[in-house]
Design a protein around this ligand. Structure first.
Ligand SMILES: Cc1cc2nc3c(=O)[nH]c(=O)nc-3n(C[C@H](O)[C@H](O)[C@H](O)COP(=O)(O)OP(=O)(O)OC[C@H]3O[C@@H](n4cnc5c(N)ncnc54)[C@H](O)[C@@H]3O)c2cc1C
Length: 443
């Protein structure tokens, strides 16, 4: 690679500090110099919000049921090879997480506990209270901070990637006005050009584009917009998952999720007259559609979720965070049903990748919610995304390590078009909205 003109060079630049970005960075060889970027604080990613848990194949007997559950939830549009790889890799990934110190729930004898969510034919979900994502992601973030070869920079925004005819050559980034991207103490507020042997996009989903979403508002599909501009292939951009149960709130801001595992443990959904109207453990798209129909029929802004069947012990021990949040919002889940409404939750589409996280631009990889590797089909099975992110982030790291790096021979890109960051990101958001379609104020 011609380094002339680049402000810095790293072997690999990973963008995003959710489980996908963190695990990819950790899976790279320690001799690589890795730059890991996050737009906000490193722990402000959707991965830290995951509540319900992470799936795992429970013995050989569970292979076929797990495979079938994933395919059925995805309306048989999932890529069979990708699903197979994810399921077959699950035990290895869970073993590695436990080895790294992730504390999954165990019974008195020390055996792992499993819970159930919608569309799972058996209990195969590991959890840590109702904050599984935080437990996993914080463990990985702590590990990253101990790695001398990984440089973590928070508050740094990816503005674009650049490439020549053969390969991706690196990224253009900027800090904030308060915290500009400094190189060797130099801070002129200019966008920076960072050369890289490989770039990994792990920028999460698109929830920030919606008025009602469980996602962080800064997660706005930026990498998808960049891919579209550069002609990097994307797939299924209209495949958006609406979660059936978020706590109803008339106000603005991120929607608080009532995890599906609450229904998996026995909570029921009720209409205006206190009657059940749906089998609560059907796939998410089916339950969301039934709730919307019921709201229309009843003329209500929400339906109700009754958690009382779980009993105090389960609510307090397995779901302390959800119970506390409901109480803070003025509802006592031990005494009354709480109002719930569907909201945007997950993006099944994304930058098209193969089973090694490769996009159609050499040396540009994508993993986690930003990518579409085909695992989730048209509708993601609950608790498959943390696992999918980890499995394929590791595979991307393997590919970076084993592949012959093609030589980027291009020159330093002009940073002038990136100086007006607000306008650039407004245009990005519009492009993703148009590509996804149907992002209205009510969703
Ligand atoms: C409330 C909630 C509960 C969930 N529960 C579960 C669950 O129980 N089980 C499960 O399997 N899944 C669950 N999910 C889904 C799962 O958490 C996510 O799909 C998964 O964590 C995505 O990980 P990721 O690494 O791809 O992205 P994220 O964790 O979203 O991280 C994205 C990263 O990209 C960075 N980024 C974005 N744009 C830029 C940019 N332009 N420049 C620099 N950085 C950028 C962000 O700052 C962030 O660090 C849940 C999701 C939510 C929101």
């Amino acid at each position: 690679m011609d380094l002339v003109g680049m402000d810095e060079f790293y072997d690999v630049v990973v963008v995003g500090t959710g489980v996908a970005g963190l695990y990819c960075a950790l899976s790279l060889p320690s001799r690589y110099r890795v730059l890991l970027l996050s737009k906000e604080k490193a722990d402000e990613s959707d991965s830290f919000l995951a509540q319900g848990g992470i799936c795992m194949q429970r013995g050989e007997d569970d292979y076929r049921p797990y495979f079938d559950d994933t395919m059925r939830a995805g309306h048989y549009e999932s890529d069979r090879e990708a699903v197979d790889l994810m399921i077959r890799s699950s035990n290895m990934i869970i073993r590695d997480l436990i080895r790294r110190g992730v504390r999954f729930e165990r019974d008195r004898a020390g055996a792992l506990c499993f819970t159930r969510e919608g569309a799972h034919s058996r209990a195969r979900i590991l959890f840590h209270e109702d904050v599984t994502g935080k437990e996993i992601a914080q463990t990985l973030l702590d590990a990253v901070c101990r790695c001398p070869n990984i440089e973590l920079r928070e508050g740094v925004t990816l503005l674009d990637f650049f490439h020549d005819a053969d390969a991706c050559g690196g990224v253009i980034v900027s800090g904030t006005d308060e915290n500009p991207y400094s190189i060797g103490g130099e801070e002129d507020g200019e966008p920076r050009v960072i050369g890289a042997g490989a770039v990994v996009l792990a920028c999460g989903g698109i929830g920030g584009l919606y008025e009602h979403s469980t996602n962080f508002p800064h997660i706005t599909g930026d990498a998808i917009a960049m891919a579209l501009r550069h002609g990097v292939a994307c797939e299924h951009l209209d495949y958006v998952q609406i979660h059936p149960t978020t706590l109803y709130s008339g106000g603005p801001g991120r929607r608080f999720l009532i995890s599906e595992s609450v229904r998996g443990e026995g909570a029921v959904l009720l209409d205006r007259d206190g009657r059940r109207f749906i089998d609560e453990l059907q796939p998410r798209d089916v339950v969301s559609a039934a709730i919307r129909r019921q709201m229309e029929k009843d003329g209500t802004a929400h339906v109700w979720e009754d958690m009382r069947p779980l009993g105090e012990d389960v609510l307090r021990q397995h779901f302390p965070n959800i119970s506390r949040h409901c109480e803070e919002a003025g509802y006592d889940p031990l005494r009354e049903p709480v109002p719930v409404v569907p909201a945007q939750h997950y993006f099944m589409g994304g930058i098209k990748v193969d089973l090694s996280g490769r996009t159609n631009l050499p040396r540009l990889y994508a993993c986690g919610e930003t990518c579409c590797n085909g695992v989730h089909g048209r509708n993601r099975l609950a608790s498959n995304s943390l696992l999918e992110s980890l499995v394929f982030a590791q595979r991307a790291a393997d590919d970076i390590m084993f592949a012959e790096p093609p030589d980027f021979r291009g020159s330093r890109p002009d940073v002038a078009p990136y100086r007006e960051k607000e306008a650039l990101f407004a245009a990005y958001r519009d492009e993703v909205r148009r590509a996804v379609g149907g992002i209205g104020a009510s969703t």
